[in-house]
Design a protein around this ligand. Structure first.
Ligand SMILES: CCc1ncnc2c1ncn2[C@@H]1O[C@H](/C=C/CNC(=O)c2cc(-c3ccc(F)cc3)cc(O)c2O)[C@@H](O)[C@H]1O
Ligand SMILES: [Mg+2]
Length: 214
């Protein structure tokens, strides 16, 4: 059988990027997905917003839900301060395998812990298994109907502290209407929408940034 789209993305990175250079890995994926095969990476336009929010928060411990091929994992990890860590959750073993190779190609494996499994099962184990107290930053980019249950789970597991920032992809396209209602109506969050476009297209999409008020 032939290769998968994630495997072809990995090949494009190995062919066009420089080992140990995260920016070249990001550019190689963006070029491939813009000119060869679209893929559901956060992309370069929304990626710049992700970069600026991440830099502003400068998290010690960050969480990503939905690794896919590791594009946003590389975007986040490349901006972490020394000693800071990113945990990323992915339940599809084939995607996790590609992501591990892309993260390693970027030279960021020491900053990233890829945990294989379902977010609903893993979030309650984060404290005991990884000695995590809180997440300063959470990037939500997995199944859109999981954003609300997993946000509630993070709250209930005491993994958010006053000032923790949630950044959610795709709140317009494909859309996460229940999530927008949840964070915008809750007195426990201060939310703001960053208008952009769906990766590699002219379709509107955006990111919702929500600060947990404790
Ligand atoms: C069970 C909890 C749970 N636990 C652990 N891992 C989980 C998980 N639920 C999901 N995953 C993994 O996360 C990734 C899924 C991501 C889902 N993302 C979109 O669907 C999406 C779609 C478009 C778009 C598509 C088509 C269009 F026409 C327009 C837009 C654009 C985007 O940016 C998008 O993010 C995969 O790796 C899953 O294996
Ligand atoms: Mg997305």
């Amino acid at each position: 059988t032939g290769s998968s789209r994630p495997q072809r993305m990995l090949k494009a990175v190995q062919k066009n990027a420089t080992k140990g250079d995260p920016q070249s890995v990001i550019s190689a994926i963006d070029h491939y997905c813009r000119h060869k095969e679209w893929a559901m990476n956060v992309g370069d336009d929304k990626g710049l917003i992700l970069d600026s929010v991440l830099t502003e928060v400068n998290p010690s411990t960050a969480l990503e839900l939905g690794t896919y091929c590791g594009y946003s994992t590389v975007r986040i990890a490349r901006l972490l301060s020394p000693g800071s860590k990113l945990f990323t959750v992915e339940f599809n073993p084939a995607f996790a395998e590609v992501a591990r190779q892309i993260i390693a190609y970027a030279g960021l494996q020491d900053k990233v812990t890829l945990v294989e499994g379902s977010s609903g099962d893993l979030i309650p184990k984060m404290k005991e298994q990884f000695g995590i107290k809180y997440f300063d930053f959470v990037f939500l980019d997995h199944w859109k109907d999981r954003y609300v249950p997993d946000t509630k789970l993070l709250e209930d597991c005491g993994l958010l502290k006053k000032g923790s920032v949630l950044l959610a992809d795709n709140v317009i396209c494909p859309g996460a209407p229940e999530y927008l209602k949840y964070v915008r109506n809750s007195p426990r969050y201060e939310s703001r929408y960053y208008k952009s476009n769906l990766e590699y297209t002219k379709v509107e999409d955006g990111l919702e940034k929500s600060v947990f008020l404790g």
